[in-house]
Design a protein around this ligand. Structure first.
Ligand code: PLP
Length: 402
């Protein structure tokens, strides 16, 4: 019998550009954990890793749905009561001209579907730098070349409009705005949103407005939805249960498409073709959407009080520690401090895991401005845990760079 010839299973070459630094670091952490050490995860934005709980009435709603036999497939766009609640919530945020709303497996799936339904080979879509890496990963999967615009650290991480204008080409189809922002915690002003809308009108762009943290505003700012200031511009607004409603494991997100009906009709139909082809989002969990959006909101003041205190502690530490500085985050639960060190930030972050068992994410994992160095902190843990983690980071900085 001839010897069996083994052949390599070659992966698609476009996947070489798919990286997700937030989870890619887990390999280094696994090695440390195998030696019996416990690692403090300041890398993943999961409130359930810390002292936050999914509101009880949402859990009850899912439990009831399961008991009531809502365990089959759901409609592709989501159950009616959830879609109605999402539309009503969008209307409360001042969004008019709503052309479609649908439920997906987290905002992650909405983004994947909405980019896939839009982009042709050779086209591009503007993403921020630094970026939440979901966007660049999906674009790489679609074989779309990255076209990034700068968030300006000297302007509290607001989009650099001049850079946005410079980067728009005839092949540019749209722009991603993450507001409140991951990884920087920046919140966009009305004026900024109006300026982006103006650029979108002039260059026929679709705006993807990722508003998954819209209820986690830490200062006196009011969150303003991009779509509410530009009803004539095609905008896809993303939201979900993962962050505002402390249920990331349920994988429930949604998107609302707004703009002129004639202009968005074909796009909405393309999105719906993809929604049908992947069947549906998790069914019983969708029964928590209406209770979340329309039921008691009393978890929010408690969450915000904790986040404000932890944000303040983080910023104070950053700005009193040699080689670290930070723009104060105004929303979400991330800070993106700048590092003044000679080594690449990835080297420092890996050493921090190995030597101090604290896990943050290197700024290069978010496609930061070349030549700058940062790390992203998730400031969800309690004050005592954060204080300990920051002491360890300061210690490593002193040891490495005396
Ligand atoms: N968009 C942003 C800006 C995020 O930070 C995250 C998760 O951290 C997501 C989307 C993904 O959210 P989901 O859990 O709904 O897929």
């Amino acid at each position: 019998m001839p010897a069996t010839q083994t052949r390599d299973v070659a992966p698609a070459s476009r996947l070489e550009n798919v990286h997700y630094a937030i989870r890619d670091l887990a390999c280094v952490a696994d090695e440390v954990a195998k030696k019996g050490h416990k690692i403090l995860p300041l890398n993943i934005g999961d409130p359930l890793n810390f002292d936050f709980e999914t509101p009880a009435h949402m859990i009850e709603a899912v439990y009831k749905a399961m008991r009531d036999g809502k365990n089959g497939y759901a409609p592709s766009t989501g159950i009616k009561e959830a879609v109605d609640a999402i539309r009503a919530e969008a209307a409360r945020k001042g969004i008019t001209n709503i052309q479609d709303a649908f439920v997906t497996s987290g905002v992650s799936e909405s983004v994947d579907i909405c980019l896939t339904a839009l982009l042709n080979p050779g086209e591009n879509f503007l993403t921020p730098s630094p970026d939440y890496p979901l966007y660049s990963a999906v674009l790489a999967k679609l074989d779309i070349e990255l076209n990034t615009y700068a968030l300006n650290e000297d302007d509290a991480w607001q989009p650099d409009l001049l850079d946005v204008s410079r980067k728009i080409t005839p092949q540019t189809r749209g722009i991603v705005l993450i507001n409140p922002n991951n990884p920087t915690g920046a919140v966009c002003s009305r004026r900024m949103l109006e300026s982006v809308a103006e650029l979108a009108r002039r260059h026929n762009l679709v705006v993807f407005s990722d508003e998954i943290y819209d209820k986690l505003i830490l200062d006196k700012d009011q969150h303003i939805s991009m779509a509410s200031v530009a009803p004539d511009v095609p905008v896809v607004t993303f939201g979900g249960l993962s962050k505002n409603y402390l249920a990331p494991g349920w994988r429930i997100g949604w998107a609302v498409i707004s703009g002129e009906s004639a202009a968005t009709r074909a796009y909405v139909e393309a999105v719906n073709r993809l929604l049908r082809s992947r069947l549906c989002a998790s069914h019983p969990e969708q029964y928590a959407i209406k209770p979340a959006l329309e039921g008691p909101q009393d978890h929010l003041p408690k969450v915000l009080a904790k986040l404000r205190s932890r944000r303040d502690l983080t910023v104070k530490w950053c700005n009193s520690t040699p080689r670290v500085s930070c723009v104060a985050p105004r929303g979400a639960f991330y800070a993106f401090p700048r590092l003044d060190i000679p080594d690449p930030d990835e080297v420092f972050v890996k050493e921090l895991i190995v030597k101090k068992r604290v896990m943050v994410v290197h700024g290069s994992g978010f496609g930061q401005k070349p030549g700058t160095k940062h790390f992203r902190i998730v400031f969800l843990p309690d004050e005592q845990t954060l204080t300990k983690a920051y002491a360890s980071i300061a210690e490593l900085l002193r040891e490495r760079y005396p």
